[in-house]
Design a protein around this ligand. Structure first.
Ligand SMILES: [Cu+2]
Length: 514
């Protein structure tokens, strides 16, 4: 602990050093991993239409609860035109079906495991009791698998399926669900196990925001492909059963050379010359994006942010660009009426190089009627902040040796142990959590959203507004957040959402206590 303490004091005492380090790393998009190149000929950009994930239909809505059933299975899908890619898919789809829900109406999602590996489902951003939160060793085994391969026992074992219960007592927000299995989250998500879960409520629906087919979720991921069309991933153990992690060259993170939006490579969307709402999710394993519109609109901002990870902001916020780390969500309105009909507008990634400079393209197809608006007040967001006596916790994120002797990723100098409680957190208390790092890490806390109070030497950054559950922690930076755990006593995790870091032990347990 002496080292991390000194490390922290050094960083916070040297704002100029921190700023310089941050500037350097931001200039290079590769700072969060290593580029893995595809070994087949890639299609040109903007040749396939943007798909929108199917919306799941409940199997039962009686008793005030919506029941869904999702089957995790192998499938082959056409991602690159003319090529078949084997995936692990929720209902055999990538992205998985979007789960719709309403505040105050509980949802039960039964996940049926027809894969040949154990699975765990986490609802990212969900305010969920521990038994349904997808703790990394709460395994759902496929039928016929009696014991968990590898070394990690001790969680709750379900066979064949598990019904995850979500009370949905939280406000409208863009959540997502994805695999969260101990040691193998990176390859599982990379091979397709991710989908949206949207929460709607009366407050949001009373606003005149763009809706219907002008409210579109965008899941951005990067992938590399083998010559035969399979996803290429540098796993040490391609069976995803025994040995976790990736080859040493990729331990900082796996970056692909193809950008997919909703599972399609650099797609194009025909839009009316009106306002659209896009729920942007970075579901990439390790890649950060700096999203921009090219050309920029002749007048007005490129992006009007209306929501963050945890739902609506108090007031809209205009951005010329959006910097988005893995697992973050930005809910934005783009007003295409600023462009002449016939314009081609590219969503670019200023952190990218070569093929990863482009994300997707909009074609302004026609004029149309627009009754939508972005009102100056969106919601009431209660501010939580510290008072004298507020408990402060520090979490230092570094590379270091694992118990196995290999190099991995550590929190406060320790590798993740699912059986060890690292922090005991009383329910109802506001605490300050301080995240400290030397390199990029997107930090995610389960159970509760938080508010950023400090970044580096100053206040929150331009992308820190509103309720967050994942933050972009940058080189040499200290970020402090105010957090208050509520409702559910149990054991939860906080971790790095660079999935290669997560699988190589950058995770920590906290126990919430009444
Ligand atoms: Cu990390």
């Amino acid at each position: 602990m002496t080292l991390s303490r000194r490390h922290f004091l050094g960083l916070s005492g040297g704002a100029a050093i921190g700023a310089t380090l941050g500037g350097c790393a931001l200039a290079s998009g590769s700072a969060t991993g290593n580029l893995l190149r595809s070994s087949l000929r890639l299609p040109g950009p903007f040749t396939v239409p943007l798909p929108v994930p199917a919306v799941a239909v409940p199997t039962d809505t009686t008793g005030g609860t919506d029941h869904f059933a999702i089957t995790q299975r192998h499938a082959e899908v056409e991602i690159l035109p003319g090529t078949k890619t084997p995936i692990l898919g929720y209902d055999g789809q990538f992205p998985g079906p979007t789960v719709p829900s309403r505040t105050g109406r509980p949802v039960i999602v039964e996940h049926i495991n027809e894969l040949d590996i154990p699975s765990v489902v986490h609802l990212h951003g969900g305010h969920t009791p521990a038994a349904s939160d997808g703790f990394p060793t709460d395994y759902v085994l496929p039928r016929g698998m009696d014991t968990v391969p590898g070394h990690h026992q001790g969680g709750t074992i379900s066979r064949g399926s598990f019904a995850y219960e979500y009370p949905m007592t939280q406000r409208a927000a863009t959540l997502w669900y994805h695999d969260h299995r101990m040691d193998f989250t990176g390859p599982a998500v990379y091979h397709g196990l991710a989908g949206f879960h949207l929460i709607h409520d009366d407050e949001e629906e009373a606003l005149p925001l763009p809706g219907g087919d002008r409210d579109i979720p965008l899941m951005i991921t990067d992938r590399a492909f083998e010559a035969d069309g399979a996803f290429r991933y540098p796993a040490l153990d391609p069976t995803m059963l025994e040995q976790p992690g990736v080859t040493e060259q990729y331990m900082a993170g796996v970056l692909g050379d193809v950008v997919l939006v909703n599972g399609a490579p650099w797609p194009e969307l025909d839009v009316d010359a009106v306002r659209y709402r896009f729920r942007i999710l970075n579901a990439s394993n390790a890649r950060r994006y700096d999203l921009r519109l090219d050309p920029r609109p002749p007048q007005g901002a490129s992006f009007t942010q209306i929501g963050s990870d945890g739902g609506l902001l108090a007031a809209p916020l205009e951005h010329p660009n959006l910097r988005i780390a893995p697992a973050e969500r930005f809910d934005v309105v783009i007003d295409f009426s600023a462009y002449p009909v016939g314009s081609l507008v590219t969503l670019t990634n200023a952190f990218g190089t070569g093929s990863t400079k482009n994300v997707m393209r909009f074609r302004i197809a026609r004029k149309a009627r627009d009754d939508s608006n972005v009102p100056p007040r969106l919601s009431r967001v209660e501010g939580i902040s510290s008072t004298a006596g507020t408990l402060t916790r520090e979490f230092t994120f570094t590379q270091g040796p694992l118990p196995s002797g290999e190099t991995g990723w550590l929190i406060n100098g320790r590798a993740y142990d699912p059986a060890r409680i690292d922090s005991k957190v009383p329910l109802g208390d506001i605490e300050l959590w301080r995240f400290i790092t030397d390199v990029h890490h997107p930090i995610h806390v389960h159970l509760e959203q938080f508010q950023v109070t400090r970044r580096g030497g100053g206040g929150p950054g331009p992308f820190d507004t509103g309720w967050k559950d994942t933050i972009d922690l940058r080189p040499g930076e200290v970020v402090e957040v105010a957090i208050r755990m509520t409702d559910y006593a149990g054991t939860y995790v906080m971790h790095c959402h660079n999935l290669e870091h997560e699988d190589m032990m950058m995770m920590s347990n906290f126990q919430t206590l009444r």
